[in-house]
Design a binder for this molecule. Structure first.
Ligand SMILES: [Zn+2]
Ligand SMILES: [Zn+2]
Length: 57
């Protein structure tokens, strides 16, 4: 089975852009959609905030 990696925000694939894996949600994101916060990169603002607040649930 072939797994196609796409940016979770814009749906662009690896052929169109460079994808990186989000450390929070393990989803992929491209350089256009990435969010930089606290010197780290995330797929979205939501994940950046999760990283900051932690998961003390
Ligand atoms: Zn994207
Ligand atoms: Zn994420």
């Amino acid at each position: 089975m072939k797994k196609v990696r796409v940016c979770k925000t814009c749906d662009r694939g690896e052929k169109e852009t460079r994808l990186q894996k989000c450390v929070i949600c393990h989803g992929f994101y491209c350089y256009k959609c990435r969010v930089r916060k606290f010197g780290k990169l995330f797929c979205s603002k939501v994940c950046a905030e999760l990283f900051f607040f932690g998961d003390e649930d």
